[in-house]
Design a protein around this ligand. Structure first.
Ligand SMILES: [Zn+2]
Length: 100
């Protein structure tokens, strides 16, 4: 299974007067761009960082889930930590280490 190398996303802004949405990329935003709507110029605040987390549900096998549940973790907690592991044991070890 392939995993993404990178992401490409736009951020959505709204004109405060008419609520029309406008889409901009991070690089457009950081050029000090402003958009004009309703006769006003709306300047966009610069962005230093955007973080995107990918969760791969199918990578957490049932064995990992049952082991971590026996330690008292909920499924939500188990899925909240992105882990790249080669085996069930490795996954459990990394998860437990991330909880300290
Ligand atoms: Zn407008």
């Amino acid at each position: 299974m392939l995993r993404p190398l990178n992401y490409n996303l736009n951020l959505i802004y709204r004109c405060p007067q008419c609520q029309t949405p406008y889409w901009f990329s991070k690089s457009e935003i950081n050029k000090g761009l402003a958009f004009i709507c309703c006769g006003s110029s709306h300047k966009l605040a610069g962005i230093s960082d955007i973080r995107v987390r990918c969760y791969y549900d199918q990578d957490i096998d049932d064995k990992v889930i049952s082991i971590l549940r026996s330690y008292g973790y909920t499924l939500e907690q188990i899925k909240s930590i992105p882990i790249e592991a080669n085996s069930t044991e490795d996954y459990v070890k990394q998860f437990l280490a991330s909880q300290k």
